[in-house]
Design a binder for this molecule. Structure first.
Ligand code: NAD
Ligand code: UFG
Length: 340
């Protein structure tokens, strides 16, 4: 069975490629490197032990996407490709809507033409919106609008997939709502490689640990949480990657539309995360409290029961292992992947 992994040179996609190959799938990877590079593909191939095919294409280009489906006999698609920086999406919304919606639409159009009927989508916990009770479970209705244009693209693609499942007999779509992916492959060869100053907590902390940034700014210490800082459900990227292998079994069962959280079910505060990372790198990391960041919710985490029941999938790796693995990746590659 051959899986097209769109955005497979990126952070979550590259880790998923390894788990897919390990599980016995053939893969084809497509990416335009808007937020990744060829070195990630080289290293992923090495870790897989397989020289899987890679195509550098922009998936918003329907003709190029169609040619990809002509060239390879694809059985299922895992669609990671998309722009993902929440703050940037507020500044350049049209770019985000254009890229994320067009890439999903051209893949779906090519799938229709080539009669490929299995699709797994990288959605996000952000679709639950601020009103949802914690822990988030799949029965909670999604919000009418999320906190950002980025989040809205996830919501819109969820609707597109819902309608596609209704319209095309035998079409199956798994919507995976990720919580906060962190961590890196245990080899330290691949990991998260943000461009510029990281917006997300874990890569920021890792860059302070390696000396590239001076100080961690903790956004808000007056939330109604046990230590006053925000809580999130951090999930190891390798656990998340394994969730996609479990989801592929689900699509083969002809699931129609299937929505599932991928999280651990545990909330961890920003301060707890910083302390765990300090243990990983063996030094106290400097931090200061800063004002709350606009749009942040105080605390949310997944109800992971449905994933366990339906996919037989449970996240296994804890916070310390997540920090240890990020530290290995960051200390081996302080500047991320070498530029090619
Ligand atoms: P990433 O940026 O590392 O990977 C996305 C990849 O898609 C990149 O390699 C990028 O070059 C590629 N891409 C983007 N637009 C493309 C296009 N038009 N054509 C071809 N390739 C294109 O991001 P990631 O963290 O690996 O996230 C993967 C997916 O998971 C994204 O859809 C993201 O929105 C979603 N997601 C991520 C998180 C997170 O916190 N990392 C949380 C929830 C959901
Ligand atoms: N934080 C800091 N300092 C920093 C960076 C972050 O204190 O330098 C705090 C934030 O205020 C928040 C927590 O760390 O309380 C986590 O922030 P991240 O930016 O790492 O993650 P978010 O929860 O804001 O968002 C992430 C992804 C979204 C996704 C969401 C849920 O960026 O795309 O998880 O899956 F929707």
């Amino acid at each position: 069975m051959t899986i097209l992994v769109t955005g497979g040179a990126g952070y979550i996609g590259s880790h998923t490629c390894i788990e897919l190959v390990e599980a016995g799938y053939d893969i084809v990877v497509a990416d335009n490197f808007v937020n990744s590079c060829m070195e990630a593909v080289h290293r992923t191939r090495k870790l897989c032990g397989v020289d899987f095919p890679f195509e550098q294409i922009d998936l918003t280009d329907y003709e190029a996407t169609d040619r990809l489906f002509d060239k390879y006999k694809i059985d299922a698609v895992i669609h990671f490709a998309g722009l993902k920086a929440v703050g940037e999406s507020v500044k350049i919304p049209v770019t985000y809507y254009r890229n994320n919606l067009d890439s999903a639409l051209s893949v779906l159009e090519a799938m229709k033409k080539h009669e490929v009927k299995s699709f797994i989508f990288s959605s996000s916990a952000t679709v639950y919106g601020p009103e949802a009770p914690v822990p988030y479970n799949e029965a909670t209705p999604v919000s009418r609008s999320t906190a950002s244009p980025y989040g809205n693209t996830k919501l819109m693609i969820e609707y597109i997939l819902k309608d596609t499942v209704k319209a095309i007999p035998g079409f199956n779509a798994v919507l995976l709502r990720y919580f906060n992916p962190v961590g890196a492959h245990a080899s330290g060869e691949i990991g998260e490689n943000p461009t510029g100053i990281p917006n997300n907590l874990m890569p920021y902390v890792a860059q302070v640990a390696v000396g590239k940034l001076d100080m961690i700014h903790i956004f808000g210490n007056d939330y109604d949480t046990p230590d006053g800082t925000c809580q999130r459900d951090y999930i190891h990227v390798v656990d998340l990657a394994k969730g996609h292998v479990a989801a592929l079994k689900k699509v083969k069962e002809n699931c129609g539309l299937f929505v599932c959280n991928l999280g651990t079910g545990k909330g961890t505060s920003v301060l707890e995360m910083v302390k765990a990372f300090s243990r990983s790198c063996g030094k106290e990391l400097p931090y200061e409290f800063a004002p709350r960041r606009e749009g942040d919710l105080p605390a949310f985490w997944a109800d992971p029961a449905f994933a366990k029941e339906q996919l037989g999938w449970v996240a296994e790796k804890g916070i310390q292992e997540m920090c240890d693995d990020v530290w290995r990746w960051q200390s081996k590659n302080p500047d991320g992947f070498p530029q090619d």
